[in-house]
Write a protein that binds this ligand. Structure first.
Ligand code: HSE
Length: 426
């Protein structure tokens, strides 16, 4: 039976889950995979934490050099997060010819070409299933199961923290601040929630996913990003009245005019399967030119779901110890050569407050028509003190066109106030 030694860098939530799966299922992996996987080394400053997980004191390393020079270690699992020590440690492991398995999306999104270059040179494996969508096996699906297709789009809810917050706002009518506090209390959101709520985490993930989907390096600077912090109770109320809910979507499209990738709050129609993805769950929807639509759903975070992705990579790596792929030109030049759509198109959800008087709606309709924006649906609610809320759903139009329509509305007169504009997906 093949014996494979594993080191774990960081015994936080994901490291702890990884350790548990590797040790609890050791006999099962011998039987099903014909592999004897042994944790030979861990790097964790918090010794108490390591011991509480059942780690033998003898395998707690003092520093990274001790890990990478250990001949018993074949695979190094990096689950520390961050891009300073983590980058240094991953590069050290690769240079020593150790295969690396990581969950570090920020490291990957920012430094993938460099990591890959070093891995190739050392003929070391580099695996990253756990960087995107936790336990949902999306990376290997893109690598191994979709080659027959030109992928036309990849869309998803790929951040569990924001999905928990948005689900609470939608179902309970709570404010953003209240929902965030609850998410922090439950341990979904961090004390500093910026990476999740401002869309950075989803941006790192869609950078990796769209690079794989569209066979080119999609850099994070080429991704439009908007977080969820400005959403209000009213946004949810009016979206609900028209049969929509609000989700933080990561969207990648491969069009004839180039690639477009964005992360932003989106009104999603109630009959779109992504609208039913609730709480901290994640989902990814793919469209391939041969297969059509595919949707993957599951837990995008947590000790055991992310540990599942890590250990699956460890098993795959144990069977493929050499550098295994990528399928595209993964260099900084690759980023520069990729053609992006400069003026993308979408449907929009526009929320206004208007003076309830003769001719106001006609002025609005003219402003949209002059900007070449088609109106798909209009709803005016009962007015209070002579002011009426109006929601307009547009047909798909260019962003430049909706911006033109909005600036025309702004110039009209004081009888129209623009309360919010959101992207919309049917
Ligand atoms: N903070 C991430 C989320 C964890 O909420 O989805 C997994 O990347």
């Amino acid at each position: 039976m093949k014996k494979v030694g594993v080191a774990i860098l960081g015994l936080g939530v994901v490291g702890g889950g990884t350790y548990k799966i590797l040790t609890d299922n050791k006999e099962y992996f011998k039987k099903t995979q014909e592999l004897e996987l042994t944790v030979e080394s861990v790097l964790e400053k918090n010794i108490e934490r390591a011991l509480s997980l059942g780690v033998n004191e003898n395998i707690i390393a003092k520093n990274i050099e001790e890990v990478v020079s250990n001949p018993q270690v074949d695979i190094v699992v990096e689950v520390m997060g961050g891009t300073t020590f983590a980058k240094d440690f991953v590069l050290k492991a690769l240079k020593c010819g150790k295969t690396v398995v990581t969950s570090n999306k920020e490291l990957f999104a920012k430094h993938w070409p460099e990591l890959e270059k070093v891995a190739k040179k050392a003929n070391a494996g580099l695996f990253y299933e756990a960087t995107c969508v936790g336990g949902v096996p999306i990376i290997r699906v893109l690598h191994e199961s979709m080659q027959a297709n030109k992928l036309l789009s990849i869309k998803g809810i790929i951040n569990g923290t924001t999905n928990y917050i948005l689900t609470k706002m939608a179902n309970e009518g709570t404010s953003y601040e209240e929902a965030l506090k609850e998410a922090q209390k439950l341990g979904y959101a961090e004390f500093n929630p910026t990476a999740d709520v401002e869309g950075f985490d989803a941006t790192y993930k869609i950078s990796i996913l769209s690079s794989l989907a569209f066979n080119t390096k999609v850099g994070i600077d080429n991704i439009y990003r908007q977080g969820i912090t400005k959403l209000t109770k009213e946004d949810f109320l009016y979206a609900k009245q028209l049969g929509y809910t609000i989700k933080l979507l990561a969207i990648g499209k491969n069009t004839n005019n180039g690639i477009e990738v964005r992360v932003h709050p989106t009104c999603v129609a109630n009959d779109n399967p992504l609208s039913t993805v609730s709480d901290s769950f994640n989902a990814v929807h793919l469209v391939g030119d041969s297969v059509g639509e595919i949707m993957l759903y599951g837990r995008g975070a947590g000790a055991l779901p992310t540990g599942s992705a890590i250990v699956s990579d460890v098993i795959f790596a144990a069977k493929h110890p050499e550098f295994y792929y990528t399928t595209f030109k993964n260099t900084e030049d690759g980023v520069a050569e990729t053609k992006y759509v400069s003026d993308f198109s979408s449907q929009y959800f526009v929320r206004l407050t208007v003076e309830d008087s003769v001719g106001v709606l006609s002025k609005i309709a003219q402003a949209f028509a002059k900007a070449n924006v088609g109106i798909k649906q209009v709803k005016q609610s009962a007015s209070v003190d002579g002011k009426a809320p109006v929601v307009i759903i547009t047909h798909e139009c260019y962003e430049s066109a909706i911006n033109k329509a909005i600036s025309k509305l702004k110039k009209l007169d004081a009888s129209i106030t623009i309360d919010g504009i959101m992207y919309l997906e049917d």
